[in-house]
Design a binder for this molecule. Structure first.
Ligand code: GTP
Ligand code: MG
Length: 198
């Protein structure tokens, strides 16, 4: 599948401020700084569509992008970012939770996990929580350009073990890098599959 057009539509600070369309949506979620916004830019081939920063906590709202005038990518704020006030942090998690639990046209979620790290409790807990929602999800292990492939695979295996201990369903996994573009095709294929009428 080709992305022929990609435009920013709007940001939303609450579930009732989300666009009213019924286009299928694909959400990018994960810890602050894991590379959600960078991956959205890579998928679209546009460097500055979603705002990227070396400092965690850049994306603070739900950001809606329209693809091919037919479906949507949503850049979510990161979870687990401590450098904000308690009140802000609470708001962020409610925003993520409300969106993932309530958005009717949400087709699939890409959960981004830093491939350089052994399983982090917050990511394992998040995936286990998400498994209780009705929406399908795919794990995307980011920043693979920064580590030897064997080490990436070792961290993925550890993560799968940590999650599978708590849930039975098999996990679809994609290894990615926004620097090299690896994983881009896998993500687009997962979206294409989901967009096909079943
Ligand atoms: P928040 O909006 O703060 O939650 O962060 P985010 O998940 O959107 O991360 P973002 O895309 O802003 O990237 C964070 C930092 O990681 C930036 O400095 C990016 O350039 C860098 N980065 C993202 N993806 C990759 C990658 O695949 N490889 C490398 N080497 N760096 C990356
Ligand atoms: Mg971001």
């Amino acid at each position: 599948m080709k992305i022929k057009s990609a435009t920013f539509h709007r940001s939303a600070a609450a579930i009732d401020a989300c666009p009213a369309w019924d286009w299928r949506e694909f959400a990018f979620v994960g810890r602050s700084n894991v590379g959600k916004s960078s991956m959205i830019n890579k998928l679209c081939g546009k460097d500055h569509l979603a705002k990227v920063s070396a400092l965690p906590g850049k994306t603070r709202l739900l950001n809606f992008f329209v693809m091919n005038e037919a479906w949507s990518l949503v850049d979510l704020p990161g979870y687990g970012f401590a450098q904000v006030t308690k009140h802000q942090k609470y708001d962020f998690s409610v925003l993520i939770k409300d969106y993932l639990e309530q958005r009717q046209n949400l087709a699939a979620v890409f959960v981004l996990v830093d491939s350089r790290l052994p399983p982090q409790r917050i990511d394992v807990d998040f995936v286990n929580w998400l498994a209780g929602c009705r929406v399908p999800y795919v794990l995307v292990f980011t920043k693979a350009d920064k580590l030897a492939p064997g080490k990436v695979q070792a961290n993925i295996s550890l993560f799968q073990e940590a999650v599978v201990r708590e849930q039975a369903q098999p996990l679809e996994v994609i290894v990615s890098s926004s620097k090299t573009g690896s994983g881009r095709i896998g993500i687009l294929k997962a979206i294409e599959r989901s967009l096909q009428p079943h």
